[in-house]
Ligand binder design. Structure first.
Ligand SMILES: *Cc1c(COP(=O)(O)O)cnc(C)c1O
Length: 458
C-alpha cells in the first residue's frame, strides 16, 4: 500500500477553503471535515487533489443541511403526507403559538384562584364537547393513545384483548396493531376470520381474562365481497352486558362530515362512535382533524380519569405548544369554523386550481420545457380514505434539456424545496396541495430548476 499520506490536507486548510458554511454550525462542519480526512486516510484510493477534497466536503455539508427541518412545497397531491409532516396548521394559529412559546403562561395555573390549576383543563373540556363524550384527554399521538388505553385496562389475570382478525392491520411505517398490543403487555385474542367476524364470535370469546374489546378502524385499506362485521351498536350492548370496556381506534378522526367538503366518502366521526355506545375512542390530531401531532382519547369519565392517573401517562403527555395549537383547532371546530388548511384543500373547486395553474404556466412559458396544465387525482393519504380520488389539476413539465430525475432533484435541492412526482413521462406538480400563497415561489423554483445557467447542483 504505497499511499502517500503526506498529501492529506490539514483540517485548517480545508476549513479556510470552505470559508464557513452558511447553514451549518461550525462544530458540525468541523466534524464533517474530520470524517472526510479519516476516510481519505483509511480507504484504498489515492488521495485526490486538494480542490476535489474541498468539493467533496462541500457536497457532504450541503447534503447534511438538506436534512434540517424546512418548509417544503407539496406538489404530490397527497393531502396528509406523513413524509411531509401530515396536516399543515392554520396560519392564524402562529400568533397564539408565538405568544405561548415566548412568554410564561397558565399551563398549570388557575388564574381564578391563583392556585395550581389543571393542565389542559379547557382543552379537555372542549375535546369532550367535540366528541360528544363525557371526558377527553390528549397524548403524544394515536399510537400513544392506544398504548395508554391498553396499559390502563390490561392487568394480570385480565390481559386478553379481543380483536377481529380483519383488524390486525399495519398502519404504515412498520406500525402494526398486534405489535402495539403485545408491547403493552396484552395477550392478543384474535377472533373471526379475515372477512367475517360475527357478534357471536365476540360473545364466545369473552371470559374472566378479557381486558377489553378493541375495534380498529380499517383506515388504509378496504374490503369488498363476502364481508361481514359485528355492528358497533351490537358490540357496545354486548360489552355493557358483560361489563367489559369497548374501545375503538378511529385513526383518522374527522370531526366534520368529510363528504360535505369534497368528493370523498363519509368518515366516521368520534361523536358518531360515542353515540353508538363505545366506551373509549382514540384518533390522531394531525390526520383529518387538521391539527398538530397528538392522540386524542375521548369517552367515559371514569376511564379517562384512570388513564390520566397512569404513571405512564406523564411520559406521553403533550407539551404546551401542542396543547395550545390543539386548543385553537378544537375551539374553532366548536364555533363551526372549519377554516383548516386540510379541509380547505379538500374543498377547493377544480376551476380555481385550473386558473392558478394557467397563471403559473403563462409566467414560465419562456423556459426550455413543455409546460402544460394537466388533470389528475389528489388523494387524502396518511393511511386514511384509500378510495379517495379528488379531481385535481397539475403543472405537467417535460424538460427539453434534462431528465425527469434531474428536474426532480433540482426542485428538491432548490431554495424552497418542491416535491412533485413523475408519471407518464412527465414531471407533475399537483396544485391541490400547494397553497395559493406559494404559487410565486413555485414558479420561481421551476424557473431556477429549468435554467441552464445554474451551476452544477449536488
Ligand atoms: C394513523 C393511525 C394510527 C397511528 O396514529 P399516529 O397519530 O400516527 O400515532 C393508529 N391507528 C389507526 C387506525 C390509524 O389510522
Amino acid at each position: 500500500m504505497g499511499k502517500d499520506l503526506s498529501r492529506l490536507p490539514a483540517i485548517e486548510k480545508i476549513l479556510q477553503a470552505l470559508g464557513g458554511h452558511d447553514r451549518l454550525p461550525r462544530p458540525v462542519v468541523l466534524a464533517t471535515v474530520r470524517e472526510e480526512i479519516k476516510d481519505l486516510r483509511n480507504n484504498e484510493e489515492d488521495i485526490p487533489p486538494f480542490d476535489e477534497v474541498v468539493q467533496q466536503v462541500n457536497r457532504k455539508l450541503n447534503a447534511l443541511s438538506r436534512t434540517r427541518l424546512a418548509a417544503v412545497i407539496n406538489g404530490t397531491g397527497v393531502l396528509i403526507h406523513t413524509n411531509l409532516g401530515r396536516s399543515p396548521l392554520p396560519e392564524r394559529i402562529a400568533e397564539k403559538l408565538t405568544a405561548i412559546a415566548t412568554s410564561y403562561n397558565n399551563l398549570e395555573l388557575d388564574l381564578n384562584t391563583g392556585e395550581r390549576g389543571k393542565r389542559a383543563g379547557f382543552l379537555e373540556q372542549s375535546l369532550a364537547h367535540l366528541c360528544a363524550a363525557e371526558a377527553a384527554t390528549s397524548v403524544n399521538n394515536c399510537a400513544s393513545a392506544l398504548v395508554i388505553i391498553l396499559r390502563h385496562l390490561v392487568r394480570e389475570g385480565r390481559h386478553r384483548v379481543i380483536i377481529s382478525r380483519s383488524q390486525l392491520v399495519e398502519i404504515g411505517g412498520g406500525f402494526r396493531i398486534p405489535d402495539i398490543l403485545l408491547a403493552s403487555g396484552a395477550t392478543l385474542h384474535e377472533i373471526g376470520t379475515t372477512n367475517k367476524t360475527t357478534l357471536s364470535d365476540y360473545r364466545e370469546a369473552i371470559s374472566e381474562e378479557t381486558a377489553m374489546i378493541l375495534k380498529v378502524h380499517q383506515s388504509n385499506f378496504f374490503m369488498g365481497g363476502f364481508v361481514e362485521n359485528a355492528q358497533t351498536t351490537e358490540l357496545s350492548a354486548l360489552a355493557r352486558e358483560k361489563g367489559i370496556p369497548f374501545c375503538e381506534d378511529l385513526g383518522s378522526g374527522a370531526v366534520v362530515n368529510t363528504e360535505e367538503f369534497g368528493p370523498v366518502e363519509h368518515e366516521p366521526t368520534p361523536a358518531e362512535i360515542m353515540a353508538q355506545g363505545v366506551d373509549l375512542v382514540c384518533f390522531s390530531g394531525d390526520k383529518l382533524l387538521g391539527g398538530p401531532q397528538a392522540g386524542i382519547i375521548a369517552g367515559r369519565a371514569d376511564l379517562i380519569a384512570g388513564i390520566k392517573k397512569e404513571p405512564f401517562y406523564r411520559a406521553l403527555r403533550c407539551d404546551k405548544l401542542i396543547l395550545s395549537m390543539l386548543e385553537e383547532v378544537t375551539t374553532a371546530y366548536l364555533e363551526g369554523n372549519t377554516d383548516v388548511p386540510l379541509l380547505n384543500m379538500l374543498s377547493t373547486p377544480v376551476e380555481t386550481l385550473r386558473d392558478r395553474a394557467e397563471n403559473i404556466v403563462s409566467s414560465i412559458n419562456d423556459l426550455p420545457a413543455k409546460i402544460s396544465v394537466g388533470n389528475s387525482e389528489a388523494r387524502i393519504g396518511g393511511g386514511t380514505m384509500p378510495r379517495s380520488a379528488i379531481p385535481s389539476v397539475t403543472l405537467d413539465i417535460e424538460p427539453e434539456k434534462m431528465s425527469l430525475t434531474a428536474i426532480a432533484k433540482r426542485l428538491r435541492f432548490g431554495e424552497v424545496p418542491v416535491m412533485g412526482y413523475t408519471a407518464d413521462k412527465l414531471y407533475r406538480i399537483d396544485l391541490r396541495t400547494v397553497f395559493s400563497r406559494q404559487d410565486k415561489d413555485l414558479s420561481e423554483a421551476i424557473r431556477k430548476a429549468l435554467s441552464p445557467l445554474l451551476e452544477k447542483q449536488d
